[in-house]
Write a protein of this length. Structure first.
Length: 221
């Protein structure tokens, strides 16, 4: 295998925080009398907090000033933090820890690439604060996915050339970010949604070293 590093998205790949983002955004949308559905929520996955708010305001055709927008984003985050503060290791998605430990044993570096500024709190709550060799998150990266910055930063921290990295992503914007970084990308979720990913699996429980080799060979051929 030429592969040297695996970089994981957090929300929707390692933990299921999408449901908490949805609940908090839904509450804000409710207060603003904007109808916001689970289908609309798909468009928020992987994009930054302010970009998510702009999508919701767009649905309601609202144009508040910058200060008001900051107030809304802070309110949503307060509710979201309240939910994630109560997370436990039980909320780690199946197969994640096993696969990551298998990679480490095989000498493959593991990194995290998340848009979330709440990454440190989530990792601490689920007991994963020491698992990754490098963590690139919304606190150190400023360009939102599909910009490749988050994954390029993780690769740099791992000291691995982007060509030898494979990203695991559940969001359309995140898959595009991985491809824009010149990396291989495995989509986590549905083939119908993650059409640009090199390969799609339903979750990390489906992954192991053998499968990884097979995927790399398929991408290269
Ligand atoms: P926060 P990921 C992303 O995380 C989420 O998918 C996205 O829905 C959220 O808006 C974004 O983080 C910012 O999160 O408000 O906590 O800073 O999928 O890149 O791990
Ligand atoms: Mg995600």
């Amino acid at each position: 295998m030429n592969l040297k590093a695996c970089i994981f998205d957090l929300d929707g790949v390692i933990v299921d925080t999408a449901k908490y983002h949805f609940l908090a955004w839904k509450r804000l949308a409710g207060q603003l009398k904007i109808e916001f559905t689970e289908k609309d929520n798909e468009r928020l996955k992987g994009v930054s907090r302010m970009a998510s708010l702009n999508i919701i305001l767009g649905i309601g055709n609202r144009h508040p000033d910058v200060r008001t927008k900051e107030k809304y984003a802070a309110l949503k985050n307060e509710w979201y933090v309240d939910y994630i503060s109560r997370m436990t290791p039980d909320e780690i998605l199946p197969g994640s820890v096993k696969f990551i430990n298998e990679l480490k044993k095989a000498g493959i570096k593991v990194g995290l690439g998340s848009a979330s500024r709440n990454t440190p709190l989530i990792l601490e709550r689920v007991g994963m604060e020491d698992l990754f060799d490098a963590v690139a998150d919304g606190n150190i990266v400023h360009k939102a996915k599909p910009d490749p910055e988050v994954f390029l930063t993780a690769a740099k921290m791992l000291n691995v050339d982007p060509r030898y990295c494979i990203v695991f992503e559940d969001a359309v914007a995140g898959v595009e970010a991985a491809l824009n970084a010149g990396m291989m990308c495995v989509g986590i979720g549905s083939e119908k949604i993650l059409t640009k990913a090199h390969f799609v699996v339903s979750g990390l429980a489906k992954m192991n070293i053998e499968k990884l080799k097979e995927i790399e060979e398929r991408i290269k051929s």
